[in-house]
Every structure is written in C-alpha cells, then in structure tokens.
Ligand binder design. Structure first.
Ligand code: RUB
Length: 324
C-alpha cells in the first residue's frame, strides 16, 4: 500500500493558524484554505494523476479538521477540489489553480455586492450595534459610508477573544464614530441603536444563523427593543448539510481562553464551558443580506437548493470502492 504524499508547509501553517485563530472569521478562513490548496498544487511532488489527487484530498482533510463551525471552509474545499479535472498532473494542477483563483475572486465580488445591499438598508445618521468581527458586516458599513451616509457604531467587546477591538479599529479607519461596550451592556445601549448588524459562520436550511457566541442573546434583546437584526453573509455561509437534516457542530474551545489556571484553582471545583458560537433562531432575524440580494431567513432554503442541489459532496474524502 502506498501512502499519500505529505501536505506542504503552506498547508500545515494555514491549518495551524486557523486552529489557533491567527487566521479567523469565516470568509478569511475560506480564502486562506483556498490559497493553501493552490500552494499545495504548485509544490507537491506527486508525479501521477492518482497521487496528485490524493495529495490534494489530504491537504483538504488537514484544513477541514481545523475548526468545525464555519461552513465557508468546507464550501471552499468543495468549490476548489470539486473542479479538479484532467488526465495528467499538469491538467489537474491547472484546473485546481484556476478554481482557487475563481474562488478568491468570487469572495471579493460577493463581499462587495452584499455590502451594497446591506448599505441600502442603512440610512444617513443610523447607528449599528455589532458583535464580533465580520468582514461581510463591515462591507455594509463601508458601502454606506461610500454612499455618503453618516454611520455610528456601538461595538460589543465580544468576550473571550475581544474581536470587537478589531471591529472598532476597522470602523475608525472608515471614519465611523465608535462606542465600545462590554457584552453585558448591550441591552442598555440597544435603545441608541437603529440596527443590529452581525455576520455568520453558517446559515442552516431553516434560516437559523450560527455566529459568535452571544449573537442569539443580542438578537432576542434587540427584538424585545424593536431593533431590526441584519445578518450579512455571502452565500458560502449557507450550510448544505443542513438540507439533509444534519446540524451544525458548535466548536468548544479551550477553557484557558476564559479563565487562567490559578484563578480556576482559587475558585475551587467548577466546570468551565467555552462554546465559540450559538444559533439564533430565524424568528429573531429580520434579513439575511447576501450577494444575491436580501432574504427573510425562512426563504434562504430556496437559495441553498439552487446553489447546492439536495445534498453536499465531500471531495476531500477518499473515494469509496464501488460496490460489487
Ligand atoms: C468569527 C465570527 C464572525 C463570522 C463572520 O468568529 O463569528 O462573525 O465568522 O465573519 P471567530 P466574516 O473569530 O471565532 O472566527 O464576515 O468575516 O466571514
């Protein structure tokens, strides 16, 4: 039995950076995965079509195994590995490189297009409340600012990793007035907000939105206060496995992100749980803004079927032997 050629350093590095959140955020993770596959395609020393394909699948599996919740990662692998085609190594390599280029171009275009749609929902003088750091959500603000609208933001800190600080920095670069608040102050400041604006890691077939832990509590509070909730999510965030009854795995992260060992020991015998994401039920979401327009969450399934059919393939897995 021959073993698959090893993955390149570029794939190892990208996988390690995704797992440790040096690279984070669903769209950014998808881009990094596609770019790592391109390096693997260029640098692998696989010398037959079968070993080339096996090497690409192995790289795909290494990337797939890093973080479980953002479906943009498997969707990036689906798009790129699924377009690998050819009878010799050169043809396979060319098709893979073409697919990774097309995928990253698509990411840029999708983010720009959904930003226009989201910006149209914002009026001059509006204040948005944000949670975590989402490049899709920020694209909406960026386009609103380009349209000449004056936008302010209340930015939730987003414990435990404080991605709100990244959001605050990038909003300031856009010239947006920013007020930073701790997560538990969100309800207090919802009275000053015209929209809640968040991104998504995955969107389920029923319109449920999987995003950074704390999004669902924010959405429930916003509904109670009458503040509309806009989710900015390009279509690579649609989770095709949910069409066939699968649920989205919620990543549990290390407890040291929320408590250090000494403090934990001082407190005594406790359990610590650190889920990275939660699910906001569709009834709390007003609009999902994509590059194909805005959708009420309940109708996102139509778009999902159009893009993925009834089921999702997994081109990073070893092909199964045909049944005799
Ligand atoms: C990031 C997060 C973001 C989404 C959308 O979580 O929840 O809201 O990934 O981001 P983490 P984008 O920091 O744990 O990766 O719009 O950039 O895809």
């Amino acid at each position: 039995m021959t073993s698959d050629p090893p993955v390149t350093d570029a794939v190892e590095d990208a996988a390690a950076d995704i797992a440790t959140m040096e690279i984070r955020g669903a769209a950014t993770i998808a881009r990094a995965a596609a770019e790592a596959l391109a390096v693997q395609a260029r640098e692998t020393d696989a010398d037959s079509p079968a070993t080339f394909e096996a090497s690409m699948r192995r790289a795909g599996r290494r990337l797939y195994d890093t973080r479980p919740t953002a479906v943009s990662l498997p969707n990036a692998l689906r798009y790129t590995l699924g377009r690998m085609d050819g009878d010799d190594v050169e043809a396979l390599r060319d098709s893979l490189l073409g697919a990774t280029r097309a995928f990253t171009d698509r990411l840029d275009r999708a983010q720009r297009d959904l930003g226009q749609v989201g910006a149209n929902r914002l009026r001059d003088g509006d204040t948005v409340m944000t949670h975590c750091h989402s490049t899709d959500a920020l694209s909406c603000v960026e386009h609103a600012v380009e349209q000449g609208k004056d936008i302010s933001a209340i930015v939730k800190e987003t414990r435990p990793r404080n991605q709100g600080h990244i959001t605050a920095t990038e909003l300031r670069e856009l010239g947006v007035d920013v007020t930073l608040v701790v997560d538990s102050a969100a309800r207090r400041y919802l009275d000053d907000a015209d929209h809640v604006l968040v991104g998504a890691d995955s969107i389920a077939a029923d319109g449920g939105v999987v995003n950074k832990i704390g999004t669902s509590g924010l959405a429930v509070n916003a509904r109670e206060r009458g503040v509309p909730i806009m989710v900015a999510a390009q279509t690579i965030k649609l989770h095709p496995d949910t069409l066939t009854g699968h649920t989205v795995e919620i990543e549990m992260r290390d407890e040291t992100e929320i408590i250090d060992a000494d403090t934990r020991a001082d407190i005594g015998d406790i359990e610590v749980r650190n889920p990275a994401f939660d699910v906001t039920p569709p009834r709390y979401v007003d609009a999902i803004v994509t590059e194909s327009g805005q959708f009420p969450p309940e109708s996102i399934v139509t778009l999902m079927r159009e893009l993925f059919g009834e089921s999702a393939d997994r081109p990073w897995e070893e092909p199964t032997e045909p049944q005799q």
